[in-house]
Design a protein around this ligand. Structure first.
Ligand code: NAD
Length: 495
């Protein structure tokens, strides 16, 4: 069965009655799977409100085939300028539907509606940015021997596979798909089963914008079925994966079977280092925001704060006041903190909080979840500190609104603590000392360093990615275009 609408049909009876059921996008048609669909739960209430087709190797095979056919056909002939125009048109369609799309994203992920609106604007921005770049990626001419003309041309990789997580489904769509399409690849996206309705809504807008059949394909389903089938498929030429380090390793192993290049973005344990000379008020506000935004489910969340001992008590007072003011609520209430994505994540984060208590970690601040929200997947934002460097709260990614505070006496110790985890994604440094700003930026091992500010979210132009267990490769910025393309050196002897 196939149709022209991502919502295949609302079922008339049973559990699915009246709820939209989303299909896969393959070759610009929406298709169903034979197997039972997956329920989509609203994190704020715990109730199902939509259904997803559950794909596997058959759907992945069809999607990769459609992508290859697109490259060999109409999509492969679209000029760079026209690709850019299609992307700009798509961005305008996204902006024109901002409110509707934000509602879908907010209810699917649980995030406050204004955060969802920002995510939708970010999708448009990714397509504007990479659409604008599409016809500005030029090759090189290399001086060589007399009688030779040597050019280096940049080409798409082919069929690109994209596996994305549930924390920012909309933004991830823009971040990973836009550069691939800008370079002329044909994409197959396998978004996370926990939250991905927005991907199908965006897919429908891509069809409306005029992308030829097969340029963008979306297959929904479980990671170990649809995701694993995609990464081991012999027809793909690249994999972009964002998610957990454990699955990242599986993806890389699977892609290695066919020697397919991989970009991995695997999360972090990002520190913000607060020196005594910093603007402590500004630092406290940003430290609170950087762990409560998206309920802490952000790979670049500032999940550790390192505080110079001489201002420790002052900073803890400021921080406690910020956390006490955090308002918890549903997407429509549009306050500061929404629920986590599902029961599993809620229980995982609550276990971290319980274990912190068992370990005797001092509780600096914690807000109560209102009783009216008891059916949703909410957890209380919590700050613990000082936390020893070997404690789980310092070493492991919690992926919730839980902040670990560490204390240091001098710059060397701050660097040691900042670099003291297996991760290296983002870091923040708060100091007014210009020389120290430069030293810290050089010594901290991570993909991004923010000085007297924090947050990679909106910066589409800023290259982003990890070191160590946070992954490898770069997304965002013009560098992302290098990852989804390759070069060919053409040596022409004209003697
Ligand atoms: P995950 O790594 O299991 O899932 C991420 C994506 O990979 C999803 O689309 C999933 O369907 C897919 N996937 C799962 N197994 C796969 C397989 N064998 N082959 C191919 N694809 C597969 O992440 P999760 O279960 O959603 O979350 C677990 C933890 O990962 C979280 O607690 C958090 O710490 C971390 N996480 C990190 C990020 C990030 O942005 N870095 C995002 C989400 C989750």
């Amino acid at each position: 069965m196939h149709c022209n609408n991502p919502k295949l049909y609302p079922s008339a009876t049973g559990q699915q009655a009246g709820q939209p059921r989303y299909g896969h996008l393959i070759g610009n048609r929406w298709v169903d799977s034979a197997g039972a669909p997956l329920p989509v739960l609203a994190p704020a209430t715990g109730e199902s409100f939509a259904w997803l087709a559950s794909g596997g190797s058959a759907e992945i095979d069809a999607a990769v085939g459609a992508a290859r056919a697109a490259l060999d056909g109409e999509w492969g002939l679209v000029t760079a300028t026209e690709r850019g125009r299609l992307m700009q048109k798509f961005a305008l369609l996204v902006l024109a539907s901002e409110e509707r799309l934000a509602w879908v994203e907010a209810h699917d992920t649980g995030k406050p509606i204004s955060q969802a609106r920002a995510d939708i604007r970010a999708v448009a921005r990714y397509f504007e940015f990479y659409g604008g770049a599409a016809d500005k990626i030029h090759g090189e001419v290399i001086p060589y021997l007399n009688g030779y003309n040597v050019s280096v041309v940049r080409e798409p990789l082919g069929v690109t596979a994209h596996i994305t997580p549930w924390n920012y489904p909309a933004q991830m769509f823009g971040r990973t798909v836009a550069p691939a399409l800008a370079m002329g690849n044909a994409a197959v996206l396998k978004p996370a089963e926990e939250a991905c309705l927005i991907c199908m809504e965006l897919g429908a807008l891509a069809v409306e914008a005029g992308f030829p059949a097969g340029a963008l394909n979306i297959v929904t389903g479980l990671g170990e079925q649809a995701g694993a089938a995609l990464t081991r498929h012999p027809g793909i030429n690249f994999v972009s994966f964002t998610g957990s380090p454990e699955v990242g390793r599986l993806v890389q192993e699977s892609a290695a079977i066919h020697h397919v290049p991989v970009v991995l973005e695997l999360g972090g344990k990002s520190p913000q280092v607060v020196f005594a000379d910093a603007d402590l008020e500004a630092a406290a506000s940003m430290v609170c925001k950087a762990i409560t935004q998206n309920a802490g489910q952000t790979c670049s969340a500032g999940s550790r704060v390192l505080v110079e001992r001489s201002v420790f008590d002052t900073f803890m007072t400021l921080l406690a006041a910020r956390f006490a003011a955090v308002r918890i609520g549903t997407p429509d209430e549009d306050v500061d903190l929404g629920p986590l994505i599902n029961r599993t994540q809620q229980e995982k984060v609550l276990t971290f909080i319980k274990n912190a208590g068992h370990d005797g970690l001092p509780l600096v601040a914690q807000s109560a979840v209102p009783a009216a929200l008891k059916n949703g997947f909410f957890v209380p934002p919590s700050v613990f500190g000082p936390v020893p460097a070997n404690n789980a709260l310092v070493c492991q990614e919690v992926f919730g609104p839980v902040l670990a505070v560490q204390v240091f006496d001098d710059e060397d110790e701050a660097v040691t603590l900042a670099n003291g985890t297996e991760f290296g994604l983002v870091a923040g440094v708060w100091t007014r000392d210009g020389a120290r700003q430069q030293r810290m930026a050089r010594r901290i091992v991570s993909g991004q360093v923010f000085i007297n500010c924090y947050g990679a979210g909106g910066g589409v132009e800023l290259p982003f990615g990890g070191t160590k267990r946070s992954g490898h490769g770069r997304e965002k910025g013009l560098m992302a275009l290098d990852e989804v393309s390759t070069t060919k050196t053409v040596v022409n002897c004209y003697l």
